[in-house]
Design a protein around this ligand. Structure first.
Ligand code: DGJ
Length: 734
């Protein structure tokens, strides 16, 4: 009955099949070289330092025989056996499967056998596609791997197709399954809540299953961020230990399953959370899973982060290699309580600071239901005529006259019941039949599965940009997770909702990006509720947390820094927290700096300091945004945090030193720098000093060798160390 004949010939897939997942890298293409491997040879998926070796067993099952440090080519020939790459449910496997399929005739088993594979090489990128088929049923799974050679990053995902006589049901559909063999496994995860994002915890994995997942639909990272490390044999440090860092590029429900079996083997399964999401696949349809992105490091977490940062800037984040704008946001300064005149005053405040852009936050819209609080107006994207009688266009022009750009806040996926949108289009809202509406922040989620809603959401941006082409930045918010999870558009296919919602969001973002390819957009979700590489190909940065207390921010930004480059981590100087302005500014400078503060309340000294800080940041930000990050002392281990960024040719570095709260006067040891060129000589200069203060750094203004700085180090805490003080140093090659 099989429509797919299981043979060993190697099929040629047309070139365009490979293209759709390479959108970001398209300019890097050269003519592909198609390599047809033989089935009796191992399939090697390689980067500069990593290799995965897959082999085909006599029964045509595909095994992962090796994952680890790259070896000499001849060594790969030694591998045989291993564990099945993409474990299916229903046959002899009794562990957590990567895929479970119920065939058209009700048979709940899938038997995946190797059929063929092909490799396509581009500049720095290589793509391997492996086709597996069921010998009895017309079901096919293609495993895709893309490697980024220099960055040591691998992406994997799958495509599932069926040609049976009727629909089949997928109840599990992972993007990736990786096998590990080690004495011990240590999982590092990041969990949180509103204003408490990215708490890092590490635990030993024991026999059985541990899962990290989200069922939140929207704002999916609210409690668990979809990033992890698995360290092998022992917990890894920044500089030592074998590990993988993994993350699913998906702005929806996700699930990671870590299963340690009776023989102490570990399986890591990553993909969309199949919770309430059985997926029906019609004959001829293909289900494509999101990409699982991972890097392997034999040199600790620091290397893993640098791999991901380099990859993200070049391939994964929109305009990841381009500069960002410094901005003044008005959310913490005014909330929804502002007038046109007040905003224009704020432009002046921004100008005094020297920032590039003013970002108008929530509260500017709604007429029948003016948005004076979070209960009203969401969905009615017209200027509030009372607050802004002259309209957005006037604000854009006024900002322009003052030499700054103008950006605007939107929350396009949501609606308040008190809105004209709600009155007009109840059918566009996710809502359970026969149930009361359940609110989160007084709002409901629009049904982005519905193409009409997709048009509506696209039009919000498109109309805004058409009417006011001077708008130079958007903050895209999403302030609630999904309850009322029922789409009237989907009818009997409700189990497709979570998946189709995210796909709907991507469809809208694709359209926005086709028309406005480089408009900077900040991804925000009631703080850091959405931080993933599925979204970041459409966004230039994200809002990590509504907690802007600089002390807390050190931990939050530290957490994100493991997986995301600093140019994506928005960090604003605000009046939250009791720390000095100097400390708050230094913390913001370690990410993508902005302000959200009443500048008019600054003393002349504070204003002078801040204006100089913006200039300094602009001067050094290319090192912070595009340099390699070295986390030198963790705030999780000591009452301080020390980190540095260094540019590619190792001629410039920026070093951050934060003293945190302490119960007594801490004695801190010297800090050994990393990543410098030992042969180069660097001038050390403390920068961003508050007016009237002098550096107490004994080595300030000295020229020291990279060798010395990395082996003898610096005393970054000389004399009396007060908590909540900080320093920034610049190292410049002489
Ligand atoms: C949540 C965001 O995280 C804040 O920065 C702000 O934009 C508010 N929403 C506005 O409602």
């Amino acid at each position: 009955m099989a429509c797919f004949v299981v043979t060993h010939f190697l099929c040629y897939l047309p070139f365009h099949c490979c293209m759709k997942n390479l959108a970001v890298t398209i300019e890097a293409l050269v003519l592909p070289l198609l390599l047809f491997a033989q089935t009796n040879r191992p399939i090697v998926i390689e980067t500069k330092n990593t290799a995965i070796v897959l082999t085909v067993a006599n029964n045509q099952r595909l095994n992962q025989s090796y994952l680890g440090k790259k070896l000499a080519s001849a060594d790969y020939e030694q591998f045989k056996g291993g564990r099945e790459v993409y474990l299916a449910a229903g046959m002899e496997n009794q562990f957590e499967p990567a895929i479970r399929m119920i065939h058209a005739d009700g048979n709940p088993s899938l038997d995946l056998r190797y059929v063929s594979h092909k490799k396509t090489d581009y500049i720095n990128i290589s793509k391997t596609d492996i086709t597996l088929q069921d010998p009895v049923y017309s079901a096919e799974v293609v495993l895709h791997y893309i490697t980024y050679f220099n960055e040591d990053v691998i992406k994997s995902w799958t495509e599932v197709t069926q040609q049976e006589k009727g629909p089949v049901t997928l109840t599990q559909y992972a993007s990736s399954l990786l096998h590990f063999t080690a004495d011990e496994y240590w999982l590092t995860q990041f969990h949180g809540d509103w204003a408490r994002e990215m708490n890092m915890v590490e635990e030993k994995l024991n026999n059985g299953i541990k899962s990290i997942e989200s069922k939140l639909g929207t704002r999916t990272n609210f409690y668990q961020t979809q990033v992890f490390f698995v360290s092998l044999n022992r917990p890894s440090t920044e500089t030592d230990g074998e590990l993988i860092a993994g993350t699913l590029a998906w702005t929806g429900n996700f699930k990671y399953t870590f299963e340690v079996d009776q023989r102490n083997g570990l399986r890591v399964i990553s993909g969309i959370n199949p919770y309430a999401s059985e997926y029906t696949l019609q004959p001829g349809e293909t289900f494509t899973t999101p990409e699982f992105v991972f890097t392997y490091s034999a040199n600790g977490k620091g290397q893993a982060s640098r791999n991901l940062h380099r990859w993200a800037r070049k391939y994964a984040v929109l305009d990841g290699n381009k500069p960002r704008m410094t901005l003044l946001n008005n959310w913490e300064a005014t909330h929804t309580d502002f007038t046109e005149t007040r905003l224009i005053e704020l432009f002046d405040e921004g100008k005094k600071l020297g920032i590039d852009l003013f970002l108008l936050d929530d509260g500017w819209f709604g007429n029948k239901f003016p948005r004076n609080d979070d209960k009203n107006g969401l969905g009615d994207w017209q200027e509030d005529k009372k607050k802004l009688p002259s309209g957005i266009g006037y604000l854009v022009n006024e900002a322009d006259k003052k030499g700054i750009k103008f950006g605007i806040w939107l929350e396009p996926e949501m609606v308040n019941p008190k809105s004209e949108l709600y009155e007009k289009h109840r059918e566009w809202i996710l809502k359970l039949p026969n149930r009361e509406e359940n609110y989160g922040r007084n709002q409901l989620v629009l049904d982005l599965v519905n193409p009409q809603v997709q048009d509506f959401v696209f039009d919000i941006v498109n109309e805004m940009m058409t009417k006011y082409p001077g708008i130079a930045f958007i903050k895209w918010d999403c302030n609630r997770s999904m309850t009322n999870a029922y789409s009237s558009y989907l009818k009997e296919k409700q189990t497709h909702l979570y998946i189709e919602y995210t796909k709907g969001l991507y469809k809208v973002m694709e359209r926005i990006r086709q028309k406005y390819p480089h408009l900077p957009i900040m991804l925000c979700s009631g703080g850091g509720g959405r931080t993933d590489y599925g979204a970041l190909k459409y966004f230039t940065e994200f809002w990590p947390s509504d907690n802007t207390d600089a002390f807390e921010r050190i931990f939050i930004q530290w957490g994100y820094s493991y997986f995301f480059p600093s140019s994506t981590i928005s960090a604003h100087v605000t009046s939250m927290g009791k720390q000095s302005l100097k400390f708050r500014t230094d913390v913001a400078m370690m990410g993508k700096m902005g302000y959200d503060i009443r500048v008019n309340n600054f003393t002349p000294q504070e204003l002078h300091f801040s204006n100089e800080a913006v200039k300094t940041y602009k001067r050094i930000s290319d090192v912070i945004w595009f340099g390699d990050l070295y986390r030198l002392v963790s705030p999780y281990e000591e009452n301080r945090a020390v980190l540095m960024y260094i540019n590619d040719n190792k001629s410039k570095a920026t070093l951050f030193n934060f003293h945190l709260n302490s119960r007594r006067k801490d004695v801190f040891s010297r800090v050994l720098l990393q990543g410098l060129d030992p042969a180069k000589r660097y001038r050390l200069k403390e920068i961003n000093l508050f007016p009237g203060t002098k550096s107490v750094q004994p080595d300030n203004d000295k020229v020291l060798s990279g060798e010395y700085l990395m082996n003898v180090g610096l005393n970054l805490s000389p004399g009396r160390v007060n908590p909540l003080t900080s320093n920034i140093y610049e190292l410049t090659e002489e």
